[in-house]
Every structure is written in structure tokens, then in C-alpha cells.
Write a protein that binds this ligand. Structure first.
Ligand SMILES: Nc1ncnc2c1ncn2[C@@H]1O[C@H](COP(=O)(O)OP(=O)(O)OP(=O)(O)O)[C@@H](O)[C@H]1O
Ligand SMILES: Nc1ccn([C@H]2C[C@H](O)[C@@H](COP(=O)(O)O)O2)c(=O)n1
Length: 285
């Protein structure tokens, strides 16, 4: 059985779908930064083709103005070229496939099946609000074209999402939330399962983490206090050493004298006391 050589290896493709203005481009930029994918926006490639002055330029421009979908053959060629030129092997293909024709043609030409479809689910009013305040100078960001694009999305693009849904390949994200919240949901989809388990088992909650930090700093302070205290004791002992040795010497001398006195009384009777003097006097009389 032959092995699959590097040349035969297919690139990993993730289709990014959602209504116009749902935030596909915004989130793709985040995924590129965190997960190393190359972002290919079908809309951006078509707009670049118009700017380049190619023979298809005028046709593409007219279709975009009308909110219509450019023939698959044109878009797929642009995508394939961009994939080859990128040098990467994992791609976010944003705004594609926009209809059933796009989907079937891509699979037939490239023989690539997407790993999954990232679907941004957003209410129409929110998408309209976002597009109208986008300010990127796009010719199709006007209310008339926006309405046409919404219709094309409902009629042609949603069935593609449903097709992949039936294959269990759709990862849906609530795109109505803030950019940060949406990216949290996107990150969870892109993070490998093992890593999620690892983080779940070993991650320290902020509360425990704070507690640990407190304990560590308390321990450090206590250690420092102990070091200062033993340094102080050491210094006192060192400074007072001559005095201490003199006191010890005096004690030693006193003890020695006492011991000698004891041994004297053992040899020559009890020490001379007032009572014994009286006794001697009595004996003399
Ligand atoms: N979660 C969000 N909350 C608020 N505004 C957002 C959010 N995501 C994106 N936007 C803003 O909405 C506008 C549309 O976003 P973006 O261009 O990413 O959408 P899109 O789905 O790629 O649109 P299109 O399909 O028309 O190219 C941008 O101005 C963007 O800054
Ligand atoms: N697969 C595609 C993608 C895009 N277009 C055209 C029609 C869209 O209205 C326009 C803008 O796309 P967007 O930047 O919103 O993704 O580009 C197409 O014909 N086929």
C-alpha cells in the first residue's frame, strides 16, 4: 500500500459563512493571528480582480453592484491561485461557497472537502446596522444593494449551510455578541480537544491563583523577617562577646571559690561561724 507523499497532501480548508456584515472578516483576522491560518476572502479577491483591470473586471463589478454571485469558475480560479501563492497548507475561505454551484464546483475541481464550516449567525437588523457604519468605501455597502445581498443569502447561501449541517460539519457561533465574545466562541472551536482537557484539569481558577499568590508572598515576608531576626541576634552576640565572656569568667571564678570552700570544710570541719566561735569559747572556759 502506497503512502501519501507531501505533494499529494490536501490542504486543510475551513469555509466561513454567514450573512453580509455578520463579522466573518473580523473574526478571520483573529483566527489568522492565533492559529496560523491563511485568510482568503472571496469578496476581497473579486474586488482585487476589478482593481487589476482584468478582462473579467467589469462583469464582476456589475454582479457585485447587483448583489449577485459571480460564476464559480472565476472565483475558484482566484482562490486556487491565492492558495498556491500563500505557501500555507491551512485556509479560512471566507464568503465561499455562496451557493450550491460554488460548492459543487469547488469540490469537483479541487477534490477538497472542508474540515468544517464556521457559521456566523446574526440577526438581519444587526448586520444592516454594522454594514451601514462600516465606512470602508465599498460600492455595495448601500441600503439598496444590502437588501439584495440579504435575499441572495437567504435563498442561495443558507441552503449550502443546511447541506453541511446534514453532514454534521457546521460549527455555529452567535455573532450578535461583541467582537471579543464572538472570538471566545470561535477560539473554543479551533482549540484542539486534548488542549481543552489539559486546561480544564490543570488550569488554576483566578480565585485559587490569587490565594496561592497571597500565600507565596506571605511565606516570602515571613522568611525575610526570620532572616532579619537571626541577623540581629547574631550581631548582638558578636558585639557583646567580650562582656559576655567576662561575665562567664566571673561566674566560673565564683563557682571555683565556692567549690574550694566546700572541700576546705570537708577536710577541716565545718566552716567558722558565730556559733562555732561561741562553742570554742565555751570549750576554752
Ligand atoms: N461582533 C461585532 N460587534 C459589532 N461590530 C462588529 C462585530 N463584528 C464585526 N463588526 C463590525 O461590523 C462590520 C462588518 O464586519 P465584517 O466586515 O467583519 O463582516 P463580514 O461578515 O466580513 O461582511 P461582508 O460579508 O459584507 O464582507 C465591520 O465594520 C466590523 O468592524
Ligand atoms: N463566493 C462569492 C463571494 C462573493 N461574491 C461577490 C458577491 C458579494 O455580494 C460580493 C461581496 O462579498 P463579501 O465581501 O461580502 O463576502 O462579492 C461572489 O460573487 N461570490
Amino acid at each position: 500500500m502506497g503512502t501519501v507523499s507531501d505533494a499529494e497532501k490536501k490542504p486543510a480548508v475551513i469555509f466561513v459563512l454567514g450573512g453580509p456584515g455578520s463579522g466573518k472578516g473580523t473574526q478571520c483576522a483573529n483566527v489568522v493571528e492565533h492559529f496560523g491560518y491563511t485568510h482568503l476572502s472571496a469578496g476581497d479577491l473579486l474586488r482585487a480582480e476589478i482593481k487589476s483591470g482584468s478582462e473579467n473586471g467589469t462583469m464582476i463589478q456589475n454582479m457585485i453592484k447587483e448583489g449577485k454571485i459571480v460564476p464559480s469558475e472565476v472565483t475558484i480560479k482566484l482562490l486556487q491561485k491565492a492558495m498556491q501563492e500563500s505557501g500555507n497548507d491551512k485556509f479560512l475561505i471566507d464568503g465561499f461557497p455562496r451557493n450550491e454551484e460554488n460548492r459543487a464546483a469547488f469540490e469537483a475541481v479541487t477534490k477538497i472537502e472542508p474540515a468544517f464550516v464556521l457559521f456566523f449567525d446574526c440577526p438581519e437588523e444587526e448586520m444592516e446596522r454594522r454594514i451601514l457604519s462600516r465606512n470602508q468605501g465599498r460600492e455595495d455597502d448601500n441600503i439598496e444593494t444590502i437588501r439584495k445581498r440579504f435575499n441572495v443569502f437567504l435563498e442561495s447561501s443558507l441552503p449550502v449551510v443546511e447541506y453541511y449541517e446534514s453532514k454534521g460539519k457546521v460549527r455555529k457561533v452567535d455573532a450578535a455578541k461583541s467582537v471579543e465574545e464572538v472570538f471566545e466562541a470561535v477560539k473554543a472551536i479551533f482549540t484542539p480537544k486534548e488542549e481543552k482537557v489539559k486546561h480544564h484539569s490543570y488550569a488554576i481558577s483566578p480565585c485559587i491563583e490569587n490565594n496561592l499568590t497571597l500565600k507565596v508572598s506571605l511565606y516570602a515576608s515571613f522568611k525575610k523577617l526570620l532572616q532579619t531576626f537571626s541577623f540581629l541576634i547574631g550581631s548582638i552576640v558578636a558585639i557583646q562577646l567580650p562582656f559576655i565572656s567576662r561575665v562567664l569568667n566571673a561566674i566560673r571564678i565564683l563557682l571555683k571559690g565556692y567549690r574550694e570552700e566546700l572541700s576546705f570544710s570537708d577536710t577541716y570541719g565545718p566552716p567558722v561561724t558565730e556559733t562555732s566561735l561561741e562553742h570554742n569559747k565555751k570549750v576554752a572556759v
